[in-house]
Design a protein around this ligand. Structure first.
Ligand code: ZN
Length: 184
């Protein structure tokens, strides 16, 4: 029986409505909301993996401009997907949720072997997190209607890459909810 965790990546105010706003991301909010709520009902850990940059220090800011700067409103999870007290929050300073964070330790202590990935962007933070997860031996499920990117092209590119090179299963949110509710 797989031991799942749901990862919600970068569903932050700056990424949805703010400095790096992405209108396409609005479409996935209801799907993530439903999936996360089901996960909580079935006691599957929900882990928010959030960009949290240090102003004037993080190199990524030179590439993208200011976004998700620690302590600002833009670095907060959007109101529609607010974490509850039982959820976990991992702060990151690069694309990957594993890079210099305690995500791996958290997953190992929770006994997780299969990651269910949601959030943005399909080809950036979601994909780089998937790559690092693959290196560490986790199974990957990418919820194709719960991840998004700036364009359809980038979105598809990310999905194809994760499926082909990292063995990710691409499923719909409906399918993954069925999987969760049937296997536990
Ligand atoms: Zn960033």
């Amino acid at each position: 029986m797989p031991k799942y965790a749901v990862l919600v990546i970068d569903m932050l105010k700056d990424f949805i409505y703010g400095s790096l706003r992405c209108e396409r991301a609005l479409n996935i909010i209801p799907n993530i909301k439903k999936l996360v709520s089901t996960a909580r009902d079935y006691r599957i850990p929900v882990i928010y993996v959030n960009d949290s940059h240090i102003k004037g220090v993080d190199r990524e800011l030179m590439l993208w401009g200011p976004h998700a700067v620690r302590g600002t409103e833009g670095s907060e999870v959007i109101d529609d997907l607010k974490p509850t007290e039982e959820d976990f929050i991992v702060l990151k300073r690069r694309y990957s949720g594993f890079f210099e964070t305690d995500l791996d330790l958290l997953l190992r202590e929770l006994g997780v072997d299969t990651l269910i990935l949601t959030g943005i962007h399909t080809h950036i933070c979601v994909m780089h997190t998937a790559v690092d997860a693959f290196y560490r031996g986790y199974n990957l499920i990418v919820v194709k209607d719960a991840v998004e990117a700036f364009s359809e092209e980038y979105h598809r590119l990310g999905l194809e890459f994760m499926e082909k090179f990292y063995g990710a299963k691409l499923v719909s949110s409906e399918e993954v909810i069925k999987l969760i509710t049937m296997t536990i």
